[in-house]
Write a protein that binds this ligand. Structure first.
Ligand code: AP5
Ligand code: MG
Length: 214
């Protein structure tokens, strides 16, 4: 199964992606996670990406397209994959279609989660992420049992560099500039569905599963 997850920052792409990938046993490919890892490693990619990410802007298309083309050609993607946060522009979407067509594959489902900006700011300023296993928490709605520590692996929880109010607002603006064209690109045909993400994680997950079962 090949899936795409679209939506604004904090919509719950990563949260739902993890549930779907566990269920369908496919790799979760998050361009954001790949870029954050590159920054942590101090690689040339990380050095290039950092200024865009810290500013809440998009990393240039050619960089992320290169990352995805390389990643989806790895052996663990032969049975499918989930793209979390890619594509974000029509240029990226066209590049993805071209590269799938070359390999005679196609996307099976596009999940577009929408949440109003007001809810996103508190979701993101309260988010904490485990530096070891990347499990996500929220200080109010899903806190860890022990402050600052991951329930599953004991790793330290951190706040993402771009999870401050000013950068969140910028990220939302950047998302809004591309969203209509991108959903337009996918909305023809029965593989695209828009979901109201302002419901519980479990409720949204059930709705997505019903859509994908069709
Ligand atoms: P990326 O890492 O993809 O960040 P984002 O798109 O801003 O999205 P987030 O990861 O912040 O949110 P999410 O939708 O995954 O929500 P989550 O599940 O964590 O990208 C970061 C940066 O990298 C970009 O700004 C850009 O610079 C660069 N980049 C990445 N991809 C790129 C590309 N393709 N092109 C160019 N540049 C690119 O949930 C958020 C919080 O809400 C959590 O605390 C969670 O517990 C909580 N939550 C989740 N669901 C619910 C719910 N239903 N109800 C209540 N709380 C919920
Ligand atoms: Mg995410």
């Amino acid at each position: 199964m090949r899936l795409i997850m679209l939506g604004p920052p904090g919509a719950g792409k990563g949260t739902q992606a993890k549930i779907l990938c566990d269920k369908h046993k496919i790799p979760q490919i998050s361009t954001g996670d790949i870029l954050r890892q590159a920054i942590k490693d101090g690689s040339p990619l990380g050095v290039r990406a950092k200024k865009y990410m810290d500013a809440g802007e998009l990393v240039p298309d050619e960089v992320v397209i290169g990352i995805i083309n390389e990643r989806i050609s790895e052996p663990d993607c032969s049975g499918g994959f989930l793209l979390d946060g890619f594509p974000r522009t029509v240029t990226q979407a066209v590049a993805l279609s071209d590269s799938l067509a070359e390999n005679r594959c196609e996307i099976d489902g596009v999940v577009d989660i929408s949440v109003p900006q007001e809810s996103l700011v508190s979701r993101l300023t309260g988010r904490r992420v485990c530096e070891k296993c990347a499990k996500m928490y929220h200080v109010q709605t899903s806190p860890p049992k022990s402050d600052g520590e991951c329930d599953d692996c004991g790793g330290t929880l951190y706040i993402r560099n771009d999870d401050n109010e000013a950068t969140i607002i910028k990220r939302f603006e950047v998302y809004s500039q591309q969203a209509k064209a991108l959903s337009g690109f996918y909305s023809e045909g029965g593989k695209y569905r828009k979901f109201d993400g302002a419901v519980s994680i479990d409720e949204l997950s059930s709705q997505i599963s019903r859509f994908l079962a069709h």
